[in-house]
Design a protein around this ligand. Structure first.
Ligand SMILES: Cc1cc2nc3c(=O)[nH]c(=O)nc-3n(C[C@H](O)[C@H](O)[C@H](O)COP(=O)(O)O)c2cc1C
Length: 155
């Protein structure tokens, strides 16, 4: 299926993870990878599945590369009711009051515009025991399977 991985990052961790996910799934799927800073909500298409990988910065904010996209969703309120996405968050529980708030905000902005979220929002913890890629690969595999059903694409 057609998959676009959209990453929102401040210091590159989400970009590295997005590239790792692309490498893992590109043999089986048509996968590309794009910074949210280069993405407009108007680009989102009904026949693609969007894997969002986004960190948290500042005081529970979207990272810099995701802020224009978040602002565009807030301002324009585009109709995303044909758009399917899943989201993987990066954060650090050292920031206990704002842990993973960036991806949580991004998911809320997407669904407020009607986008359809598939699967759970994973909240990776940089202070935890798991490597992000060890959580991300099974997550991506599961949500891609959900998307194939949702978009009516044979496995
Ligand atoms: C200055 C700074 C602020 C941060 N603020 C938060 C935060 O509020 N909540 C959170 O869960 N993680 C926070 N983090 C942790 C980052 O989200 C985490 O390190 C992530 O892996 C960074 O990914 P990136 O390189 O793609 O931006 C912060 C990190 C830094 C350095």
């Amino acid at each position: 299926m057609k998959i676009t991985i959209l990453y929102g990052t401040e210091t590159g961790n989400a970009e590295m993870l997005a590239e790792d996910i692309q490498a893992e799934f590109e043999a089986a799927h048509d996968v590309n990878c794009q910074n949210l800073s280069e993405t407009s909500p108007d680009d989102l298409a009904p026949d693609r599945f969007y894997l969002l990988v986004c960190s948290t910065y500042g005081d529970g904010d979207l990272p810099a590369s995701a802020q224009p996209f978040g602002a565009a969703l807030t301002k324009a309120q585009p109709d995303l009711s044909q758009v399917h996405f899943a989201i993987f968050g990066l954060g650090d529980s050292e920031y206990d009051e704002t842990f993973n708030h960036g991806p949580q905000k991004l998911a809320t902005l997407m669904t407020a515009c009607g986008a359809i979220q598939l699967g759970p929002r994973i909240a990776h913890d940089a202070s935890g025991a798991d490597l992000a890629e060890d959580l991300a690969m099974p997550w991506a595999s599961a949500v891609i399977a959900l998307a194939q059903t949702a978009l009516g694409i044979p496995a």
